[in-house]
Design a binder for this molecule. Structure first.
Ligand code: ADP
Ligand code: MG
Length: 246
């Protein structure tokens, strides 16, 4: 689903050069739920933005769903992003003066679906997050947890193969955080591959696999839910690549 090999990402400004990812290697298989942890500034968001085609790599190889995306034109990148990827952010990024239905409609309009198709997708997505009765509500009328569920519905309405979440529970209390996590697990069970950055060790453990990013590299793997076999083959693969890189 996602294969990154020897990715380097360097941010250059007039004064400093930041090596945000260095020789970064990771494979995420279709159907996985991977959590990502690591210190602040270690490159988690950079990894997620590259994975989601919001940033380009400086160097290295990235295959998304079998497609080599390095060097693709902007138009091609946005097409792939719209088709395959859903994003969820820490700050829910809902538009305050649009109701829930309209919020979810924005990216669908952008993709040019018919109004019938958009309505179907919006209603289905709100149903999945348990907010079907609230489509006329405004974001401010909802709790933080509910707003994040709307943001998840907005991502789901695109019917992505791949859901990327950057600290989606960072602004929620622990009960709401757990509810959002349960929802993401359900979505994963229905077939969507998920990569989620989190600070919360308990949430990190409730995915299938946790990777730690330190100084722009994957420094550690942990595996949960009896996925040991898959994990072992993954580790070998990555080790091989790291050896090659040396
Ligand atoms: P994390 O999400 O793990 O906190 P980031 O991926 O946001 O870390 O950042 C990794 C490093 O790259 C940091 O040193 C950060 O300052 C730097 N960085 C991230 N984005 C940019 C950017 N757009 N321009 C310059 N430096 C950046
Ligand atoms: Mg970050």
């Amino acid at each position: 689903m996602l294969q990154m090999q020897n990715i380097n990402k360097i941010f250059r400004t007039e004064l400093v050069e930041t090596h945000a990812l260095r020789e970064f290697n990771l494979t995420v298989n279709a159907g996985e739920f991977v959590t990502v942890t690591g210190p602040s500034g270690s490159g988690k968001t950079t990894f997620l933005n590259i994975a989601g085609l919001l940033e380009e790599v400086s160097q290295g190889k990235y295959l998304l769903d079998g497609v080599d995306v390095v060097g693709l034109k902007d138009r091609e990148l946005s097409r792939l992003r719209n088709e395959k990827i859903g994003f969820i952010f820490q700050s829910f990024n809902l538009i305050p003066d649009l109701n829930l239905f309209e919020n979810i409609d924005v990216p669908l309009r952008y993709r040019g679906f018919s109004s019938k198709e958009r309505k179907r997708r919006i209603e289905e997505a709100l149903e999945k997050v348990g907010l079907a009765a609230r489509l006329k509500h405004m974001p401010a009328q909802l709790s933080g947890g509910q707003q994040q569920r709307v943001a998840i519905a907005r991502a789901l309405a695109g019917e992505p193969k791949f859901l990327l979440a950057d600290e989606p529970t960072g602004n929620l209390d622990s009960l709401m955080a757990r509810q959002v996590m349960e929802l993401l697990k359900d979505i994963n069970k229905q077939g969507t591959t998920i990569v989620m950055v989190t600070h919360d060790p308990a949430l990190a453990r409730s995915g299938q696999r946790n990777i730690q990013i330190v100084d722009g590299q994957v420094s550690d793997f942990s595996l949960f839910n009896n996925q040991k076999q898959e994990f072992n083959s993954q580790t070998e693969q990555v080790n091989t690549k790291e050896t090659e890189a040396v």
